[in-house]
Design a protein around this ligand. Sequence first.
Ligand code: GTP
Ligand code: MG
Length: 197
Amino acid sequence: MAKKELAGGRVRFLGSFPGTVPVQPLPEVAFAGRSNVGKSSAINRLLGTKRVARVSGTPGRTQAVNLFEVDTRFVFADLPGYGFAKVPEAVQQAWKGLVEGYLGHRERLTLVVVLVDARRDPMESDSQMIWSCRENHLPVLVLATKLDKVKRNARSGQLRKLRTAWSLTTDELIGFSSSAPIGVDETWARIHSAVAP
Ligand code: GTP
Ligand code: MG
């Protein structure tokens, strides 16, 4: 299925859930990552629209799990971001509880897309996220996003560094950008193989 086929009414917003996330019958792909890393932007880029998931310059904007039904075949879940230092500890703990509860109790969850900032060295909070997925036996796809901000000649070295730090296979890490067409087709290929019946 091409990106274009998805645009124009095939994406349905199911709601924003700050507490319990309603059970869905369709396979689900979750997007996780630090606050402001670009989760909502990546969802918009993948769906070929600027308007579906709300993008913001203010970290911590997405404070609930937002669900989008795609092509009546699967669901995208935009998870609240973690690791933003400026929010109170209690709020961070609440987000952590929501995300960890979600990861541990989602029967149709077939892939967790963990977005990390391609410009930065491996970060502890991202390691924790990846390990939470592994503990829950959930397949992980790491998208090293904002790759457009990394000099071309530094890209492969930076991706290799991230891959090594988290012991990821070549299939498990993709260089990505929401502002430039980098990694979009590769990401769709991984998502499709994860949600295929
Ligand atoms: P929260 O919901 O607050 O956790 O943030 P988020 O992870 O959903 O990030 P969001 O998509 O709102 O993007 C945060 C900022 O990064 C925005 O200003 C985006 O325009 C910018 N951004 C996101 N992805 C990219 C990218 O691939 N390249 C560049 N250059 N900027 C990006
Ligand atoms: Mg967001």
